[in-house]
Design a protein around this ligand. Structure first.
Ligand SMILES: Cc1cc2nc3c(=O)[nH]c(=O)nc-3n(C[C@H](O)[C@H](O)[C@H](O)COP(=O)(O)OP(=O)(O)OC[C@H]3O[C@@H](n4cnc5c(N)ncnc54)[C@H](O)[C@@H]3O)c2cc1C
Length: 805
């Protein structure tokens, strides 16, 4: 071990070795991996090591494909076999809903370029005769499914990295980490002290403990997982080729051929945590005692689906632990608030994702950018609330138990709730609100007034809550709707230099005093980093408003680009709350609650000021996402309940209704407005997203200007368009392919039924030529091709007269 490295990776599992390898591939050879015991000594050695490209998040699916394609490459480079088998795999459908879901998923995988296809029950049984066909409707075949040898693969990464100059130091536990004033780290290890410019926590089962060394409480925790391996099965002994893998989605089991027997793994509905704080330091390469009784309900279903397993003996039981996060995705990237300290942990799918984590982390360390939209894996997608012991246990158990369960678009899951509530929560509940959750915050989805027994049935089609949403949309278009804005993120930027700094951070010109502007925030490569609104409340005092769940992510970006002057950023997201009031009667309602002149002349569109509203002193911004005359009224959190009372009392007699996020979606799509994470994300540029008109190219230097200028010269390859879709009972949800004849020309970003315009609507990215010269299109809705056409203008108030009224 040398005394100094550019990067030290803590942990020699599949993730740590992949990071080491990718760093060397980027030309960094002064790098080392320090491993407590032997390579693979955490979760890695006893993994079933199955892999697949399919993932609900298309960005992660693309990275999983990268991981799979890498295996042959590292085998060649290292000379170490990775033991790769890729016979493909079937996901089984044994209910109508699942079959429909798989058809929809299959269409989405086309968007991703993953060559998945549907298979009939007969095809599946012909290919995998050990599958009992009872109730089998069909399945989805993913050709990229298979397994590797976990030992060989980890060693292949390490060997390839060593060949490129990296050091691998074994039997050497890192015992302490100290941040140095120059931004570097001093690591105390069993073999001595070493300094490093960057430290990566890839400590797997021990990652929470390594996090504690620097005062972190990472939201991950180990859970137990079982699989069994059978003796040889005669049908497989007789077979020359390898049987595809099989996942019985309704049966909670997955199966892959293991020599001439099979490996059957179980995701039980009654999961169990193990050492929530992480394994003990001296935990060896040991298995946990098997707990067959706990998993027996799912095993019984497994033996029904694969009856020949009952005849074969069980050669081996494995019960091991690996780490889970609340959403099942890993924690990757720079830790907010710590310099040069990186997370690469919480990975439950090391053999589908390990290569990708190595790639993006190495890019991020070397270039300052991960090179892909990896928000779904980003450590900054969580806040401190997610590390609470009970929250973590409930959400990880929910994820584990639902690993194969259909996630319906209208389904709200119960774990870790209610945690955060705005002060009007009880009043909204009493008014019939049904809540969803955003970053721990309860957020009304719709109101079912006077129907306490009403339950929103999980459905892939329009749900039985449709009529409530229709009523909320109608109220907003005819009178007014009142939406809780507790799921907005708010930041105050102030102090000398605030204007100069924001002018560099945001691509638009800053507004004048008392005005607001939409302001895209760009990365140096021109990709979107935010779709903020900026309001000037004083000469050097601004409010930025974005999405609530992006707080850690945005604050990390702000602080990374912070000048050393007196600029202050205060996160107001929890301390200031409010409502969006919009609709033709919105002004009348507001006027009844304030003595301030709120006429169009005094408070025009995109104007903002402080005024008394009811009993509160509020910041009122003249803007809306519904396409109606609207005001965002924001007060101190403790006064939000009083504001609710005041607005309800003033608005109800004028026809106002409280509305939820689903009505908001319908309303915004009628105007063709995009939102973050769907239409606007790190994968897209401002030009693609139609936000280029909010870039002030002539204002001088700002982050991302050169890239945005270059794109303006060349033009984007795809553009965001609004589609009308001929679908009468279901709407698109996202990533469905858009086709012109047989040609795939784009993909959907979001969709909803436009209740006022009575059309199924979708926003989609399509090839630039189509955006200019529309052709008849089709979109897959639940796997069925539906006619679609590009709308040249939004179907509701195309000239935008209402918002300016
Ligand atoms: C039964 C079972 C079945 C599984 N099946 C699959 C599957 O089919 N497909 C799949 O993709 N995944 C599967 N997994 C999950 C997979 O094993 C994990 O996703 C993966 O191994 C995580 O790798 P890692 O490198 O993050 O962590 P780990 O493998 O836990 O490695 C962390 C390493 O860090 C070292 N370390 C920790 N602290 C220190 C320190 N202070 N100093 C130095 N070194 C330290 C540890 O010794 C360890 O070697 C399975 C896991 C189990 C247990």
């Amino acid at each position: 071990m040398k005394s100094h490295y550019r990067v030290v990776v803590i942990g020699g599992g599949i993730v740590g070795t992949s990071i080491l390898y990718h760093l060397t591939r980027r030309g960094w050879s002064e790098v080392a991996l320090i491993e407590r015991a032997e390579l693979t000594a955490g979760s890695t050695w006893h993994a079933a090591a199955g892999f697949h490209a399919l993932n609900d998040d298309p960005n992660i699916a693309a990275l999983q494909s990268y991981t799979i394609n890498l295996y042959k490459e590292i085998e060649k480079e290292s000379g170490q076999s990775v033991g790769m088998h890729m016979p493909g795999g079937y996901s089984l459908a044994t209910t109508q809903a699942r079959w429909e879901w798989l058809k929809a998923e299959c269409a989405i995988y086309q968007t991703l370029g993953i060559g998945a296809r549907l298979a009939t029950a007969e095809e599946i049984v012909a290919d995998c005769p050990i599958v009992d066909p009872t109730g089998l409707l069909g399945g989805l075949f993913d050709p990229h499914e298979g397994a590797v040898d976990p030992h060989g693969t980890t060693h292949a990464f390490a060997l390839a990295a060593r060949k490129r100059g990296a050091d691998v130091i074994l039997r050497n536990r890192v015992t302490a980490l100290h941040a140095l004033s120059n931004g570097q780290w001093r690591l105390e290890t069993e073999q001595g002290t070493v300094t490093a410019e960057h430290v990566v926590n890839a400590a797997g089962l021990w990652a929470r403990r390594v996090g504690r060394m620097v005062g972190l409480d990472l939201p991950l925790t180990p859970m137990q997982h079982h699989y069994l391996i059978t003796e040889d099965l005669p049908s497989l002994v007789a077979r020359p080729d390898e049987m595809p893998c099989v996942t019985d989605l309704e049966g909670f089991t997955y199966l892959q051929q293991e020599r001439k027997g099979v490996l059957l793994g179980v995701y039980e509905r009654n999961p169990k945590h193990w050492q929530t704080e992480g394994a003990e330091w001296d935990f060896g390469m040991d298995l946990l005692p098997e707990d067959i009784e706990r998993i027996s309900p799912e095993l019984a279903i497994g033996f029904e689906r694969f009856p020949s397993l009952l005849e074969a003996g069980i050669r081996k039981w494995v019960n091991g632990a690996f780490t889970f996060t609340p959403d099942g995705n890993p924690l990757v990237g720079p830790i907010p608030g710590l310099r040069n300290h990186w997370a690469a942990c919480g990975c439950m799918s090391g053999f589908s994702q390990g290569g990708a984590i190595g790639l993006v982390l190495a890019n991020w360390i070397v270039d300052g950018d991960p090179g892909a939209d990896i928000f779904g894996m980003d450590v900054a997608r969580y806040g401190a609330f997610a590390s609470n012991d009970r929250y973590l246990r409930e959400t990880t158990a929910q994820f584990y138990a639902r690993r194969f369960v259909i996630a319906y678009p209208n389904e709200e899951l119960p774990a870790g709730r209610p945690l955060k509530m705005t002060p009007s929560y009880d009043a909204q509940r009493a008014a019939g609100a049904r809540f969803g959750v955003v970053w721990g915050m309860e957020s009304p989805q719709f109101y079912a007034p006077g129907e306490p027994e009403f339950a929103d049935e999980p459905s892939l089609r329009r749900s039985n809550a449709h009529r409530f949403i229709a009523a909320e949309v109608a109220a907003t278009r005819q009178a007014a709707g009142l939406l809780d804005t507790g799921v907005y993120g708010r930041y105050e930027v102030s102090g000398p230099g605030a204007e100069r700094w924001l002018d560099r951070l945001l691509a638009n010109r800053l507004p004048a005093l008392g005005r607001m502007r939409l302001a895209p925030m760009l990365a140096p490569n021109g990709k979107l980093m935010g779709d903020l609104t900026v309001t000037r409340l004083g000469p050097e005092r601004f409010w930025l408003v974005g999405s609530y769940y992006l707080q850690e992510w945005h604050l990390r970006w702000f602080h990374d680009h912070m000048p050393d002057t007196g600029v202050r950023i205060e996160n107001l997201s929890e301390s200031w709350l409010g409502f969006s009031l919009s609709g033709p009667r919105a002004r009348d309602i507001l006027a009844g609650l304030t003595r301030t002149d709120v006429s169009n002349a005094a408070l025009p569109f995109m104007g903002a000021c402080t005024m008394d509203v009811g009993l509160s002193r509020a910041v009122v911004a003249r803007v809306s996402l519904t396409g109606e005359l609207g005001y965002e009224i924001t007060v101190r959190a403790s006064e939000q309940r009083a504001l609710w009372e005041a607005l309800m009392a003033a608005g109800t007699p004028l026809g106002m209704r409280p509305i939820g996020m689903r009505a908001q979606d319908s309303l915004r799509l009628e105007k063709g407005y995009g939102v973050w994470s769907l239409e606007f994300a790190q994968s897209y540029t401002a030009a693609m997203a139609g936000l280029e008109r909010y870039i002030a190219f002539d204002k001088g230097e700002f982050i991302g200007r050169d890239a945005a200028l270059a794109e303006r010269a060349s033009g984007p390859k795809q553009r965001l368009v609004l589609l009308s879709v001929e679908s009468d009972d279901a709407d698109v949800t996202g990533f469905e392919p858009v086709l012109a004849g047989d040609r795939r020309v784009g993909f959907v970003t979001s969709g909803a039924y436009g209740h006022h315009v009575r059309q199924s609507l979708a926003l989609a990215y399509v090839d630039e030529e189509l955006a200019r010269e529309p052709e008849p299109l089709s979109v897959d809705v639940l796997g069925i091709s539906r006619e679609a056409r590009i709308l040249a203008e939004p179907p509701y108030d195309p000239r935008g007269l209402n918002v300016r009224a």
